[in-house]
Design a protein around this ligand. Structure first.
Ligand SMILES: [Zn+2]
Length: 132
């Protein structure tokens, strides 16, 4: 049933929440299988289980970069504001800004695989892949 639906529609019939959860947990949006990466920064071109092609068009991954930037910027902002509030009434600016600057480097690198699979899931939910 699930395999037939995958072949007929390109997705296994999962709902929106399941598809997005799969994206957040590095799983294939179409079938939920894992092993989508050769290593942390190198994603396979297709799902090893269902052959779902991840790159849907030229420039597809710019959306993942956007998602990564928004999440990273939010984390840096929350960190800076939190450290500022903790250091009041006499904030020491290096103690407020240096941790945020360090996170601005680390978070985008650490989140790269998650934002790739999340972006793939967002696009698959909005525009399901063609039948295979
Ligand atoms: Zn798959």
């Amino acid at each position: 049933m699930r395999a037939e639906r995958l072949a007929a529609t390109g997705m296994d019939g999962a709902g929106l929440v399941t598809i997005l959860w799969r994206g957040l947990t590095l799983a294939c949006a179409a079938c939920g299988s894992r092993g989508l990466f050769h290593h942390w920064w190198r994603m396979r071109s297709t799902c090893p289980s269902c052959r779902f092609r991840f790159t849907r068009s030229e420039g597809f991954w710019i959306g993942a970069v956007g998602v990564n930037s928004v999440i990273s910027g939010f984390v840096c902002l929350v960190t800076a504001v939190g450290l500022l509030l903790l250091s009041l009434p006499e904030p020491t600016w290096p103690a407020v800004l240096l941790p945020s600057a360090a996170l601005a480097v680390v978070i985008p690198i650490a989140l790269d695989p998650v934002t790739r699979t999340l972006w793939t899931a967002i696009v698959a939910a909005a525009n399901p892949p063609p039948p295979r």
